[in-house]
Write a protein that binds this ligand. Sequence first.
Ligand code: PMP
Length: 404
Amino acid sequence: MATQTLSRKADFPGLVTAEGEPWHYLDTAATAQKPRAVIDAMSRALGEDYATVHRGVYSRSAQMTLGYEAARRRVADFVGAESENEIVFVRGATEAINLVAMTWGLTQIGEGDRIVLSMLEHHSNIVPWQLLAARTGAVIDVCPLTDDGQIDLDALENLLSPRTKLVSLAHVSNVLGSVLDARRAADLAHSVGAKLLLDGCQSAPRMDLDLPALGCDFYAFSGHKLYGPTGIGVLWAREELLDAMPPYHGGGAMIESVTFEKSTYAPPPQRFEAGTPMITEAIALHAAIDYVDALGPDKLFAHEADLAKQLRDELRTLNSVRLFGPEESAGIVSFEIEGVHPHDLGTILDEENVAIRAGHHCAQPLMAHLGVPATARASFGLYSDESDIAALMRGIERTQRIFG
Ligand code: PMP
């Protein structure tokens, strides 16, 4: 069975408690645990291999530069980019989206132009556009969801107009696990001359990606959700878009020449990577991608979707459980137990060595739409298996007994 063959708990030192008990980690949508291969790569990069990149004349620095640029090529290959110049290393998805808003957005979006988001977006795919709208006078349109919590692409079609310059949507929802039909969203956006940005935070760790084929124009993700370290993420954009974008941050490494009269800027991706970059993080991200790719991203999706379905079926056997989101989803399940606040549930589950997320998941507009202040969320990773579902169900049953 897929779930047994994929679960790789032994590779992940984070999956045990301080007492050496199994830790049932069901918060992978927030951040993934790291395999030993990533920890070792990071440790080597910080230790015996460590030096700066791009400027050292000594061999260690030249080696480190090769490692950093090899990571960029590895990411390019992983997402199906046509060139590694389309890969900009940033701090995370949040920074990637802010970068697009403050460079492409400030030059391409003006007063009265429209930006379409959806009801299920993460705050990091809402607030940067509000900041841009405040500076430009652009207007944000919100695409509604279908009854089962998917972005309603028929409604998107009706929202679009020649004034729409950007459609920016989650490829996979971090709350509901809904998977966007990205190709159709891209075709719709392009039919009015708009660009499509995909927030890939939850798709990069579990889907086989070919971004040019998906048809999006920008794609953002965070390394820490892809089994890599924190502090690194990726913005992918078509080369011609990056070429036309002004710098984001100014500083070292992003210039061609500097005088007090005028500075000229390096071509992408260096133009967007001011300062000493995330060297060790990029190298560890390379190791994470090698790890995930060896397992097969399409298998990861099937494995986690299968666990999500099992969990939904088990939750349905209990009394007073409300399930959110579509039946067919990526490995993310949001739910509510009647009469139990998600935080109380999370606290009791913690006593059972089960870690779930309880809260608004940085998606307050979605919570308002669902009519709840918070949900409980269990999210699976490549290391999850039936033992995690069993522990969660035991914990929920105990919680229900406590709350009568
Ligand atoms: N978008 C989605 C869908 C997410 O799940 C997250 C992280 N929860 C983000 C954006 C933001 O990612 P980060 O905090 O790593 O920048």
